[in-house]
Design a protein around this ligand. Structure first.
Ligand code: PCA
Length: 215
């Protein structure tokens, strides 16, 4: 049996839920095909423990592909992240009260890593299914970026492909977000993640389609 590891985060910033965890937990044990199973795990939202926890999960599950996910409070689309940077700069404290400012994720590591997933094909598959999606050029500088960078660093040079997806808030989180902000229903998030995983698994060479921005 081959394994795809899918992670979501625990709640943070006083929110009672984290949409990334609510969505990924519904895919636990799903078979992508007869011999490919999705395994789901939750990561802590803390700089000191998230990366350590992720590395332990890589050792435990020995996955063939990894997709980490997190909540992006200000976004309305499934954001397929392109790049992880070697920088922590926290606007708010994490769940352990830590708030690093301008520290590296990995001292001496490369400035950045690209996703090794077919991000354009994933965006296209979601859009064709009517699920809002786009390529994102930044995963921020908080714990999600730290996990994304740690993931790419741990798997650099291996055959295991990996990347990160930010998901929008759920409708029940609306009171915590800017009024009028689009949200995305849980069912759409779950289906979007399932399609993203399946497309990533089945697509070895990404498609050439614009996903860029002017600024
Ligand atoms: N989102 C935060 C950290 C945990 C999460 O779900 C982020 O985007 O960094």
């Amino acid at each position: 049996m081959r394994t795809v590891l899918l992670t979501g985060f625990e709640p943070f910033d006083q929110s009672p839920v984290n949409s990334s965890w609510e969505a990924v937990r519904q895919l636990d044990g799903v078979l992508l095909m007869d011999d490919v199973r999705v395994v789901v795990e939750q990561l802590p939202c803390a700089f000191a423990t998230a990366g350590v926890c992720l590395k332990a999960l890589l050792d435990e599950h020995r996955p063939q592909m990894v997709i980490a996910t997190g909540l992006a409070p200000g976004r309305s689309e499934m954001s397929i992240e392109r790049v992880a940077i070697n920088l922590n700069d926290a606007r708010i404290p994490d769940n352990l009260g830590e708030q690093p400012i301008d520290t590296p994720v990995v001292p001496g590591g490369p400035a950045a890593y690209f996703s090794t997933l077919p991000i354009k094909a994933m965006v296209q598959a979601l859009r064709e299914a009517g699920i809002p999606a786009s390529v994102s050029q930044t995963a921020g500088t908080f714990v999600c970026n730290q996990v994304f960078y740690s993931l790419q660093h741990a798997l650099a040079g291996s055959t295991v492909r990996s990347g990160f997806i930010h998901v929008p808030p759920l409708p029940e989180q609306a009171t915590r977000t800017v009024s009028g902000q689009p949200l995305l229903a849980l069912a759409a998030q779950v289906e979007g993640l399932r399609m993203a995983v399946l497309t990533a698994w089945n697509t070895r060479v990404d498609i050439a389609q614009t996903g860029g921005q002017i600024s």
